[in-house]
Design a protein around this ligand. Structure first.
Ligand code: SF4
Length: 414
């Protein structure tokens, strides 16, 4: 949206006080995200701003938002971002616009102008949008539609543009990146995509959301044989117990077990494994939860994120019996996090004394301290590397790690 608006001659600013229109691109995935979106909208409405609400919350609650927020001048659905210029033009003529496609089908391509808001060296690259699965807790397919992948050539062309702009890390995103290409080519083509991206002059390519069963021998080989693809795997496992995975209606539910995790660990011994779990899914007993605890202890993932179950209307899990009380969910979340902390700390400590590549992203203006990330850490979800010494922003430099805590590393430029 920003890219299209800039191309059409509008100026863009992160400071809403300077703006005639504030676009709030919202999330509506779980209760907490929705609350944050609504809080932002209320604050802006109180400041008397003209608000354009886009994204999942708009897709979900279109009428309600227009009714309850008089300051909302437009709602833009998840398949309608490409109409933003036309929407702003209509709004300027005094119209109140509702642009929501019932079945979102749009996906940007390499010709869509971009205006990046990430740090200089990093760019997200969407390879597919939507999801064909129907997990019992998840509202994403309802909000984003079925999977639609971009052709390999389109993704590579955009990656080349980003590389030419000096981007050092490209993060491939979609709902399940291991399913990339299935809708377009009749079979997943992540291996071919990775090999094609291996030809692009960008040092780090990170894959987000790899389903373990999608890590086929072909994909594992492509990761191993493509030097710029980081051996970083973000596996959204959600649970370990087969009964809960079945109740969650997870794809390939019976196959998330020790065998598959060990297979991945053996195939890519240097893999950095991140995963996320949901605790307190309806029907989760202490036995199910203990199964998850020992699974986490056994496999020693590098990074673990834990969510408490969030009941979403319009999903089957919303009405399932045996909902777990919030207090129990919180206790389980805390216990799982506490179990993981010494493991994460141990993994981080293993970096002490090593020299690793760090992408420098920020500089503390007061202390001059640099902040970046090593390949172990994905932006926003994992830790940071605090670096002493001098290095330009947006560049990968060698850093010797001198200290570590649970989440972050500390080091000096070599
Ligand atoms: S795989 Fe399941 S959790 Fe992930 S986006 Fe699809 S429906 Fe949602």
């Amino acid at each position: 949206m920003l890219g299209l608006l800039v191309q059409a001659g509008y100026s863009v600013d992160a400071n809403e006080e300077l703006a005639d229109y504030v676009i709030v691109n919202t999330c509506s995935f779980i209760g907490d995200a929705r609350k944050e979106s609504v809080r932002t909208l209320v604050e802006l409405a109180e400041a008397d701003k003209k608000i354009i609400i886009s994204g999942c919350l708009a897709q979900h609650f279109q009428e309600q938002l227009l009714e309850e927020i008089p300051e909302a001048v437009a709602v833009v659905g998840t398949g309608d971002y490409q109409k933003i210029v036309e929407i702003v033009e209509k709004v300027e003529q005094g119209e109140r616009v509702k642009a929501i496609s019932a079945e979102p089908t749009y996906i940007a391509d390499e010709h869509t102008p971009r205006y990046r808001t990430t740090t200089e060296g990093v760019a997200y690259l969407r390879v597919a949008e939507g999801c064909d699965y129907r997990c019992a807790f998840c509202i994403i397919p309802h909000l984003r539609g079925n999977q639609r992948s971009r052709p390999i050539e389109s993704i590579v062309a955009e990656a080349r543009q980003l590389a030419a702009q000096g981007v050092k890390e490209i993060i491939l995103i979609s709902q399940i990146t291991t399913n990339y290409g299935l809708d377009l080519y009749g079979e997943p083509k992540l291996d071919e995509l990775l090999r094609a991206l291996g030809q692009v002059d960008v040092p780090w390519i990170r894959i987000h959301y790899a389903y373990p069963t999608g890590l086929t021998p072909k994909v594992i080989k492509a990761i191993q044989e493509t030097p710029n693809v980081l051996p970083y795997l973000d596996l959204p496992l959600q649970h370990s117990h087969s009964e809960i995975l079945k109740a969650m209606n997870r794809p390939w539910q019976g196959q998330v077990n020790d065998v598959i995790i060990e297979k991945i660990q053996n195939a890519i011994p240097n893999a950095i494994l991140r995963t996320t779990f949901i605790v307190g899914f309806p029907g989760e007993t202490s036995e199910h939860f203990n199964h998850l605890l020992s699974f986490v202890q056994r496999h020693e993932f590098d990074h673990v994120g834990v969510f408490t179950f969030s009941p979403e209307e319009e999903t089957p899990a919303y009405k399932m019996p045996h909902q777990v009380p919030a207090k129990v969910m919180d206790e389980r979340r805390n216990l799982l996090m506490q179990t993981q902390q010494p493991i994460s700390a141990k993994k981080n400590q293993a970096s002490i004394g090593k020299t690793v590549e760090v992408l420098i992203e920020q500089e503390n203006p007061e202390t001059g301290e640099l902040i970046g990330r090593s390949a172990r850490f994905a932006p926003e979800v994992d830790g940071l590397v605090y670096v002493k010494g001098e290095a330009p922003l947006g560049v990968i430099v060698p850093v010797t790690i001198t200290a570590a805590d649970v989440y972050d590393l500390y080091g000096e430029v070599v």
